[in-house]
Unconditional design. Structure first.
Length: 210
């Protein structure tokens, strides 16, 4: 069953509070999102398997531990998910990056797909799917389905900044094999399917659009 992991480290909570402030501009918002992405990635990859390797220090040979051939892919849901990619790549520079394009229909609030480009070996990779907001859960659920349709058979983890209880519940029902990692679980969705208290439209705040 899908599990919800709330990563409420003080540094993450502090940075998120600055991001929520409507007075925070796009430059600071983007930088903070990247920093939180890196901090969350640290926790999300905590259980990567290690293996023993032999290395030579300036003093002697030794048995050391390194990540055991676990290939990773970071897949942002466009466009807001792009803001969390750089932070993850600072942690795992060899990870490949795919892209899934979905937008929310303003009338139905349902996701509409317009783009999907994934690494050719996606079936061999653990995937970190990233989107700052998990609101209704529709976009994330559709993105998981696309990943499976394109051959992703390994572990998928959903990483977001802020989640709504309604979206979490729906996601867990539709994607029981995918864990959710979020910095905060907010109160609810409003009548426009925006997260309350939330932080507004993440894409607009990242890129300075309206």
């Amino acid at each position: 069953m899908s599990e919800l992991h709330i990563i409420d480290h003080p540094l993450i909570t502090h940075k998120l509070s600055i991001m929520r402030n409507k007075k925070t501009g796009s430059k600071d918002f983007r930088e903070l999102l990247g920093e939180i992405g890196m901090l969350m990635g640290y926790e999300l990859t905590r259980d990567l398997p290690l293996e023993d390797v032999t290395i030579e220090t300036p003093i002697t040979k030794m048995k050391a531990k390194m990540i055991s051939g676990k290939k990773l892919a970071v897949v942002p849901i466009l466009r807001a998910g792009l803001g969390m990619v750089d932070g993850l790549l600072k942690l795992v520079p060899v990870a490949k990056v795919g892209h899934i394009g979905l937008y929310r229909d303003p009338d139905t609030h349902l996701p509409v797909e317009y783009y999907c480009k994934l690494p050719s070996d996606i079936e061999d990779r653990m995937v970190i799917l990233v989107d700052p907001m998990l609101a209704t859960g529709g976009s994330a659920i559709d993105a998981i389905k696309l990943l499976r349709q394109h051959g992703c058979r390994g572990t998928i983890r959903m990483m977001c900044l802020v989640a709504a209880p309604e979206g979490v519940e729906k996601f867990k029902e539709e994607c029981p094999d995918v864990d959710i990692y979020t910095a905060a679980l907010d109160e609810r969705l409003n009548e426009h399917a925006y997260i309350v208290p939330g932080l507004g439209d993440a894409g607009d705040r990242i890129f300075g659009t309206k």
